[in-house]
Structures are given as structure tokens and as C-alpha cells.
Design a protein around this ligand. Structure first.
Ligand code: HEM
Ligand code: NFK
Length: 478
């Protein structure tokens, strides 16, 4: 018996808001019991600028979570506490290693309830941190504001809001693709094709939204002013946290290391990958390595997969269930003669690849280029601070060692994720090539095909150079 296709509503996922919170995020905790937290948040940037945030936190009482009632209140508490946490750690001249019980105790409880780690995740800064400017209009990019920022800048709002708008734009494609999975079970190729066409259009529009990052988020401001607050505590020796953070709950202080916020924690993008059958491997491993590994470790050990632990519990479980029912790739592979279906499927992969390509350009402009100029002292950097306490300029000089806030080796990781996106299409082309030969006219427009001395076919396609291996049923290697 096939497992049932999940019902998105049971996981708090709707066709209007997708993974964004379905009811609007609370702007303030309603119970006056939490007034001291809200007071800090209300004056957040002023407290950071005046360097008084840390002493305010140290003076807080340890508040109980028993006054939190609704789901929206738990989420608001999480947003408040993780902003305060990151402001506390990164808001001074050097990072604060010890997190006092006033933060640790309620944060641990809130995180346990929401099934999130005690760090500012994508859910905290994006999914649960927005409001429509006009509540009767949809949450598109021109009708959104943030509830909370570290810097008070428009650039920071825009940085989060582009992701919020992408989540909203992608939301309707979730039920559409659940319908596609159901249709594939009954062999209804027409419905699957239509659903894939909708998905391709949706991903194309998310790409347009991604390009709008440049409109209002300045790369210098992002790298030097905003990004330092988003850092986690994993791989942060260069920034002054060799052991991670010491979470002191008053009984058992312990060092812990967590990745910081990252869009790799977006359930929507992972949903696209899973329904399309795109698989990600640990950075630096090839498909060949993966085929040789055991079933247990196949595609499981990747950073992208680990990032599910940084998603709210219901979203993580939804993705796991989608994983167990995803059938579209196999459905298309079994019908390579159905050109409408194949074009629609390949268009989805191509759009997702464009997204990752454009994203790599963004990362080059917002991180790599900025990390180079950050090492030259600029007038806006406080000259009285020693070089190592300027978090942005604490970036390693070697480009290869630059890390994302999630802790990845940045460009190698992102390029591999992009190349993996094209693999299902390349495999299909290879199978066709092996059966029809390099003269196949459908191939000619897409790529250069050459026969190698050892009889293998070499394909120069969208994703690089691939070798089709007949012995392995057309699976390509590069
Ligand atoms: C200035 C804007 C952005 C920068 C500098 C940036 C940077 C990064 C970096 C460095 C990573 C590597 C993971 C890590 O260690 O954190 C990453 C991952 C990722 N980012 Fe972004 N990002 C930006 C905006 C966005 C937006 C708006 C999206 C929405 C589509 C996005 C989608 C992703 C995805 C899906 C991943 C996981 C890797 C993958 O699946 O290919 N990013 N980002
Ligand atoms: N990984 C990125 C940060 C990042 O993408 C991000 C971090 C927190 C919340 C959202 C994020 N992504 C995009 O909106 C970086 O390394 O700068």
C-alpha cells in the first residue's frame, strides 16, 4: 500500500501563505507579564547603539513561559528571544560567549515547544517576522514590512522581505504539486503536465523576486552591518567563538554550536527539490561516491538535509512525508516519449537551476566581493576597534575558506547544489542518447554530443560536461 499523500493543512501549511505563518505574526506579546522583553525589543536598535543591550538583558528576571497561550504567542516569543540573543552575542565590540539564564531558560522552553534550535533561524527572521502594510492586500513584495530588525535599516527589511515574498509566491504551488503526485499515481499524464507547467511558472516568478534583492539591499550594508548579526556559533573561531556559545541555564552551563540563519532553511525551496526528485549530496562528493555508499547514507548526509533540523517541527515532518511519496521524476522518466510532460518537467529543473545560478551571483556580490574590500579599512569602520573585533573583517582572507552563516564552504557548496539540480534532466537525455544515438535531433539544440575513443558518449550540456555510461543504464558522470 502506498503511503497517503499528505494534507498540507495538517502541517499548518496553506495555499495562500505556504510556510509563512497562516495567521499574521503578532506584533507584541499580549500578556503584560512579558512587558520587559517587549520593552527591549521596542528600543532594540537604540540599546545596541548605546551598548546597553547586554546590561539590560543581565538585569532581566527569568520569565516563565506559562503565560504563552496561542501558537502565535509562542512564535512571537521565539522571534523576540532570538533577536535579543543575537543582539546580545554580536552587538558589542567582541562576541559574548556566555548566554545568561534570563535568555537561556525561556529560550530553551520556547524552542522545545516549536521544535527549533536556540538560534535565529529563517523561521525567526523571515517566516514569523512580517506584516502586510495593508492587511486586506496579499503579502507581495510591495505590501510587506518587517516586525523586527537588528539595524533598523531598509536594507535589512528588504533582505528578509524578498524571502517572505518568495514564500508567498510559491505557496499555491504546494497544493498543485500534491495534486500532481496524486495524478501520477493514477497515471494521469495530462494533469501532471499541467501541474508542472504551473510549478515552472512559479519558480520563474520566484527568480524574478530574487533579482529584486539588488533594488533595496546594498551589498556593503548587508555584509558589514546586517550579516554579522545573523551568524551562528558553528565554525566561528575566526570571529572569536572557538567553542561556540556557553548556554547557561543556571544549573548545567554547556557549550553548544549551531549554524546561523540561512535560506537553506526554507522549506519551500526544499519542497521544490523533493517533488522534482533533485537530490543533494554532501559537498565534495560525486554521484559515483554516492552510488557506492550504503542506502542509509545516500543523499542523507548533506548540509541541505541537515537544515531540516532548523525548520519548525511540522514543516520538517511535512517534507519527510513528501520525501516518501515523491513520484514525479520516476513518472516522467518512464514517459520520455511524452514531449509535453518532459518539456514541463525539464522547464521546472531549468528554472530551479536559474534560481541557483542567480543566487551564486548574489553571493559573489554580497559576500565574496565585500569580504575583499572589508579588509581595507574604511572610514565607516570604527578605527579604535582592533581588526579582529570587526566581525565582517574577521572573514578569512582565503576565498575558499569563506563560510555562509549556515556554516557551509559557500561557493563549492552552492555550485554543487546548482549542478545537482540539473542531474535528473541530464540523466534523461543520456538514456535517450544511448537508445537513439548522438544524431538524435532533439538533442542537437541542447548540447554538443561527442563519441569518446572508449565508446562513451560525452555531452556538453547545461550543467557542464557529462559522460553517459551505458553499463550503468545511462546514468551520467562528470
Ligand atoms: C543577499 C542575499 C543572500 C545571500 C548573501 C545569500 C547567501 C547564501 C549562502 C552563503 C548560502 C550557503 C548556506 C550557508 O552557509 O548559509 C545560501 C544558501 C541558500 N540560499 Fe541564499 N543568500 C541570499 C538570499 C537568498 C534568497 C532571497 C533566497 C531565496 C530563494 C536564497 C536561497 C538559498 C538557498 C535555497 C540556499 C541553500 C542552497 C541551495 O539549495 O542551493 N538565498 N545563501
Ligand atoms: N546564508 C546567508 C544569510 C542568509 O541567506 C539568511 C540568513 C538569515 C535569514 C535569511 C537568509 N537568507 C535570505 O533571505 C549568508 O551567509 O549571509
Amino acid at each position: 500500500m502506498l503511503p497517503p499523500v499528505p494534507n498540507a493543512a495538517e502541517f499548518g501549511i496553506t495555499s495562500d501563505y505556504g510556510f509563512l505563518s497562516p495567521e499574521l505574526p503578532l506584533e507584541v506579546l499580549p500578556d503584560p507579564y512579558y512587558a520587559k522583553w517587549e520593552m527591549i525589543i521596542e528600543n532594540f536598535q537604540a540599546l545596541i547603539l548605546s551598548k546597553r543591550l547586554q546590561s539590560m538583558v543581565d538585569l532581566l528576571p527569568i520569565l516563565s513561559v506559562t503565560h504563552l497561550q496561542t501558537e502565535a504567542e509562542w512564535r512571537r516569543a521565539y522571534v523576540v528571544l532570538v533577536f535579543i540573543l543575537h543582539g546580545y552575542v554580536w552587538g558589542g565590540d567582541s562576541p559574548r560567549e556566555r548566554i545568561p539564564p534570563q535568555l537561556t531558560v525561556p529560550l530553551f522552553e520556547v524552542c522545545e515547544r516549536l521544535e527549533l534550535p536556540p538560534v535565529a533561524t529563517y523561521a525567526g527572521v523571515c517566516l514569523w517576522n512580517y506584516k502586510p502594510i495593508f492587511s486586506d492586500e496579499p503579502p507581495n513584495l510591495d505590501n510587506l514590512a518587517c516586525l523586527q530588525t537588528f539595524t533598523g535599516s531598509l536594507d535589512e527589511q528588504w533582505f528578509y522581505l524578498v524571502s517572505v515574498a518568495i514564500e508567498a509566491r510559491g505557496a499555491p504551488s504546494i497544493p498543485v504539486m500534491l495534486q500532481a503526485i496524486t495524478a501520477a499515481r493514477t497515471g494521469n499524464s495530462r494533469i501532471v503536465t499541467e501541474c508542472l507547467q504551473v510549478l515552472a511558472e512559479t519558480i520563474d516568478e520566484t527568480n524574478t523576486l530574487l533579482q529584486r534583492m539588488y533594488e533595496n539591499c546594498d551589498p556593503y550594508v548587508f555584509y558589514n552591518r546586517i550579516r554579522p548579526y545573523l551568524a551562528g556559533s558553528k565554525n566561528m573561531s575566526d570571529a572569536g567563538l572557538p567553542n561556540g556559545l556557553l548556554y547557561d541555564d543556571g544549573h548545567n552551563p554547556e557549550y553548544r554550536q549551531y549554524g546561523g540563519g540561512s535560506n537553506a532553511q526554507s522549506s519551500l525551496i526544499q519542497f521544490f527539490d523533493i517533488v522534482l526528485g533533485v537530490e543533494h549530496r554532501p559537498t565534495g562528493t560525486s554521484r559515483k561516491d554516492n552510488e557506492q555508499s550504503t542506502d542509509d547514507t545516500k543523499s542523507r548526509n548533506s548540509f541541505i538535509h541537515d537544515m531540516r533540523n532548523y525548520m519548525p517541527g511540522p514543516h520538517r515532518r511535512f517534507l519527510e512525508q513528501i520525501d516518501s511519496v515523491a513520484n514525479i521524476r520516476a513518472f516522467v522518466e518512464a514517459r520520455r516519449g511524452d514531449s509535453a510532460l518532459c518539456i514541463a518537467y525539464d522547464a521546472c529543473l531549468a528554472m530551479l537551476r536559474v534560481l541557483r545560478d542567480r543566487h551564486i551571483t548574489i553571493v559573489s556580490r554580497y559576500i565574496i566581493l565585500q569580504s575583499r574590500s572589508a579588509r581595507q579599512p574604511s572610514q565607516s569602520v570604527n578605527p579604535s576597534l582592533p581588526a579582529t573585533t570587526n566581525l565582517a573583517s574577521a572573514a578569512p582572507t582565503d576565498k575558499k575558506k569563506l563560510r555562509g552563516t549556515g556554516g557551509t564552504a559557500l561557493i563549492p557548496f552552492l555550485k554543487q547544489a546548482r549542478d545537482e539540480t540539473g542531474e535528473p534532466a541530464i540523466d534523461a537525455w543520456a538514456r535517450r542518447l544511448l537508445s537513439n544515438g548522438p544524431a538524435d535531433k532533439n538533442f542537437a539544440s541542447l548540447s554538443k554530443v561527442g563519441e569518446q575513443p572508449d565508446g562513451h558518449l560525452e555531452v556538453v550540456g547545461l550543467c557542464g560536461t557529462w559522460t553517459a555510461d551505458e553499463n550503468e543504464g545511462g546514468i551520467c558522470h562528470w
